[in-house]
Ligand binder design. Structure first.
Ligand code: 3HC
Ligand code: NAI
Length: 703
């Protein structure tokens, strides 16, 4: 018996079970084993119908992502060929779907004549998240089974759906309430098919998909989505493939799909997105900490401070069903904090993302208090009070007094030294930084700051918990700004300086958004607050005293009360969310440049790109060298999930690898040599970058 696909025949029905842990990825070995089992079932005279399931409660997570970009991807038998064989079997074949049927896994189920799912199953075509399109018939078979717009939606969103929706769409034939009875239901369904002499493959529900669509449906769809897709290739290829399903006979459509799939697979965007997929999983692994380390149970959470961050942080846990106690200093602040949380949930209700009952259920998981005694039993406490060392130390002294032994004590500080906070407690091993990003209930990034004494099980527990609340957690060692904000500093500095030298804010931001970033860095500064930026800088001023032009423009805007969006004036002028360049900012820049003897000139887009991006990259490489970040992939995750760097460029480190480390180094040296004192001050290549280039490396790694 093949260990990858088991084969059992009982009462005329063959049961084929995929068994390739952890997720039945349809790599070449599994494809070969499946094909052999299908052929055996096809020719076995004792077999009249076939049930295909995933062993251990998971159908299949699709093609093996490790194979993409290599010959293994289409190594025979290719997935499309195996699925073609499924469709040509002369015996009815039923997909018994439990757990997940994603990507090629769902396409395998689509190739089967019939599909029965257990209620908790999730079905989806997430290929787009990897810069791909469904490439094993999904773009052609799905629009023949369900409404073409719904099919398109599944592929474009990449979001899996539950079985209630799948049944409604006609994606599955039946849903079974209890997973344990799935096989039994499939067997009786098969018996029914045989009794009624049902065909191996029922006729397609939509023989001519999209027949009802208006003639300009596809161009109109493209026109209305293109702005959001920016430069992404995969959504365009999905659309082209679905259009082919509407225009071509199945066999021709399948050929078209294969061509489009290979184009996507070979693209730099897909390479980048696959890098992100694996980086996300790698980030959870910390060298020296075994995956089997016992974790601390976290069943109740306390949050100290019900302000902007505390409220958002609390929502994360409540959303995951974990009760939260919110502690404030004053009743008024507590009430305001709780009311803000309710307001946030009410907005979700208005948007149809939550119903009124769920809102109440969530609010019931939330309790406010002014008394530390009430949080004595919390398993995890997250402090989110004002960003002042003395205040935080005071809070941690109190936590040390009141919290039960073993409780994890976390700080949401965005810049302070976690070791100094831990140092005031008698249990520094239980202290860790959890740096959420604003809005904390929305942003996916969580920087987990590992103090010098943080215990391995504390770190492992927080990383696991982060997944439970839907965050991408990245471990950072302690430095000013941790990974993300420390890299933001030189990137933002260049943007400020470029305006001083003659570029307009809109031009600087335009280059960055043109690259695919959600927002240019100057718009981002206006959003976060020119004042907030100033205060952070002010606390660290001595470190930059050698540069007389350092953030001078930001300082000047601060002095004028131009705090950004909140005052309707910052780098831009705002009317609501609409922004426009402000001649006053240009005039200030001109005046400052004159005072500082900074020559003003026309600045090209390439220079804006290179100076901002290369400084960002250089700092990232330096962080890796210092051991603040564990790996280049971690840095990429921080920038994708916390700062809107486009995932399809793979994050700044992956992007640098794509540009080539040598050109990046040469670019930095070029500005060091051409920007005078300023260049010599700031454009110093990170020693690791120099070593990597000298060693002929193309990947960013420790050396
Ligand atoms: N190929 C290869 N490895 C995969 C995989 C896949 N399709 N899906 C998951 N894995 C691996 C992960 O890398 C991880 O490995 P590790 O333990 O060594 O880090 C392991 O399986 C477990 O994965 P997760 O840590 O993500 O486990 P979860 O339980 O949190 O999630 C999942 C399971 C929902 C299946 C999630 O892994 C997932 O979303 N996988 C990707 C699904 C996907 O994108 N499928 C489409 C693939 S492309 C395709 O099918 C093309 C086709 O159209 C031709
Ligand atoms: P905030 O000013 O909105 O909220 C702070 C809250 O803490 C206030 O409600 C205040 O009443 C309360 N508080 C102060 N001292 C307290 C004490 N001793 N005990 C109980 N409650 C107390 O501040 P915000 O923006 O929520 O920031 C909180 C922390 O999160 C800071 O350390 C900040 O640096 C960090 N942070 C902020 C981000 C942001 O974008 N706002 C992003 C990431 C981190």
């Amino acid at each position: 018996m093949n260990p990858l696909v088991s084969y059992q025949v009982e009462a005329g029905i063959a049961l084929l079970s995929l068994s390739r842990p952890p997720v039945n990825a349809l790599g070449q070995p599994l494809r070969a084993a499946l094909l052999a089992a299908l052929q055996q079932a096809g020719s076995d005279a004792a077999v009249h119908a076939i049930i295909l399931q995933g062993a251990a409660g998971l159908f299949s997570a699709g093609a093996d992502i490790n194979e993409f970009g290599s010959e293994a991807s289409f190594a025979p038998p290719s997935l499309p060929d195996v699925l073609q064989c499924v469709t040509q079997l002369k015996k009815p074949i039923i997909a018994a779907i439990s757990g997940t049927a994603l990507g090629g896994g769902l396409e395998l189920a689509l190739a089967c004549g019939y599909r029965i799912a257990s209620r908790d199953a999730r079905l989806g075509l997430p290929e787009i998240n990897l810069g791909l399109l469904p490439g094993a018939g999904g773009t052609q078979r799905l629009p023949r089974l369900i409404d073409v717009e719904a099919a398109l939606d599944l592929m474009i969103s990449g979001q899996p759906i539950g079985t209630a929706r799948a049944l409604q769409l006609g994606l599955v034939d039946r849903v079974v309430a209890e997973p344990a009875t799935l096989l039994e239901a499939c067997r009786s369904f098969a018996a029914g098919l045989l009794a009624e002499h049902s065909p191996a493959q029922p006729a397609p529900r939509f023989a001519r998909p999209g027949a009802d669509l208006s003639t300009d449906f596809f161009p109109a769809y493209l026109a209305s989505h293109e702005a959001r897709w920016k430069d992404r290739l995969a959504p365009r290829l999905v659309l082209a493939a679905v259009e082919a399903a509407c225009l071509l006979p199945l066999d021709d459509g399948l050929k078209r799909e294969e061509t489009l799939f290979k184009q996507a697979e070979a693209s730099a965007q897909s390479t980048a997105l696959r890098h992100v997929f694996f980086a996300e999983r790698e980030a959870a692994r910390i060298p020296g900490i075994e995956a089997s380390i016992p974790l601390r149970p976290v069943n109740t959470v306390a949050v100290i401070g019900a302000g902007t961050m505390g409220g958002g942080i609390a929502m994360n846990f409540v959303n995951a069903g974990i009760p939260v106690i919110l502690l404030e200093q004053k009743a008024e602040a507590l009430e305001r904090g709780l009311a803000n949380i309710r307001k946030n949930y009410e907005i979700s209700v208005q948007r149809g993302k939550l119903d009124a009952t769920q809102l109440e259920q969530r609010m019931q998981l939330l309790r406010g208090t002014l008394e530390y005694a009430d949080i004595a039993d919390a398993d995890l406490v997250i402090e989110a009070v004002f960003e002042k060392m003395e205040i935080k130390q005071q809070v941690f002294c109190t936590l040390d007094e009141v919290c039960k032994p073993g409780a994890i004590l976390a700080s949401n500080t965005s810049s302070l030294d976690v070791d100094q906070i831990a140092g005031v407690t008698r249990r520094p091993q239980d202290v860790v930084g959890t740096h959420f990003f604003s809005p904390a209930n929305v942003m996916r990034l969580l920087e987990v700051v590992r103090g010098s004494a943080t215990a391995p099980d504390v770190l492992a527990t927080v990383l696991k918990l982060a997944r439970r609340i839907g965050k991408v957690a990245v471990v950072s060692r302690i430095c000013f700004g941790f990974i993300g904000n420390r890299m933001l500093e030189p990137y933002n500095r260049e943007a400020h300086r470029l305006v001083l030298e003659g570029a307009t804010p809109a031009r600087v931001d335009g280059v960055l958004t043109g690259l695919g970033l959600n927002m240019g860095v100057l718009s981002m500064t206006d959003l976060a607050g020119v004042d907030v930026n100033f205060l952070v800088r002010d606390a660290n001023r001595a470190a930059f005293a050698h540069d007389p032009s350092y953030y001078k423009l930001g300082d000047a805007l601060y002095a004028l009360g131009r705090f950004g969006q909140k005052t309707a004036r910052g780098f831009y002028l705002y009317e609501g969310r609409q922004r426009q360049d402000d001649p006053e900012v240009i005039a200030i820049a001109e005046k400052l440049a004159g005072e500082l003897h900074v020559p003003r000139r026309a600045i090209g887009e390439q220079e804006i790109h290179d100076r901002c991006l290369f400084m960002l990259i250089n700092e990232g490489i330096q962080l890796l060298d210092e051991g603040i970040a564990l790996r280049a992939g971690d840095i990429d995750l921080v920038w994708i999930n916390g700062y809107g760097f486009p995932a399809w460029l793979g994050g700044p480190m992956h992007y640098a690898e794509q540009l080539g480390l040598k050109p990046v180094l040469e670019g930095i040296r070029h500005y060091r040599d051409t920007l005078g004192d300023y260049g010599r001050m700031w454009f110093q290549p990170a020693p690791l970058l120099e070593r990597l280039v000298a060693a002929g490396k193309t990947r960013i790694e420790k050396l």
